[in-house]
Design a binder for this molecule. Structure first.
Ligand code: SF4
Length: 135
């Protein structure tokens, strides 16, 4: 049996708390807050304490899904991205760019959030951009 701890940064919000993910034989089993991290100093919120659970959850989405009638059907990334691009273009052409809004995430990097707002403003032509950290 191999027990390991791996220091990493919480993906849930922009605070950037650090913790050790505990694993046994490659399977995550727990989270221990870093006492030396200047951000969280040995503390975590409830989301951070449970962060190891979602990684191996059988309910985790691993592939894109497209709605077909009442069902969600698994599709390839190419198919999902083609569909999204086609629909965004149709909506923009029919209703104008302000009919489209973008909702960014605290779970991605600052650089990725920058790209989302750049795509919204320069690519689509809308200023309707928001972020879940504001909620
Ligand atoms: S532990 Fe909580 S406060 Fe810290 S980064 Fe994660 S979600 Fe944010």
């Amino acid at each position: 049996m191999e027990y390991k701890t791996t220091l990493t940064t919480c993906p849930y919000c922009g605070c950037g708390c650090q913790f050790y993910l505990e694993s046994i034989d490659g399977r995550l089993v727990g989270t221990l807050p870093s006492r030396t991290s200047p951000t969280n100093r040995g503390k975590l919120c409830v989301k951070g304490w449970r962060v190891h659970e979602f990684v191996q959850s059988p309910r985790r989405l691993r592939r894109p899904l497209l709605r077909k009638g009442d069902e969600l059907v698994e599709v390839s990334w190419d198919r999902a991205l083609d569909f999204a691009a086609t629909r965004l273009r149709e909506i923009r052409d029919q209703h104008g760019p302000e009919a489209i809004g973008f909702f960014a995430s605290a779970k991605v990097t600052n650089e990725e959030n920058y790209l989302i707002q750049k795509f919204a403003r320069a690519g689509v032509g809308t200023n309707s951009v928001d972020h879940c950290a504001r909620l």
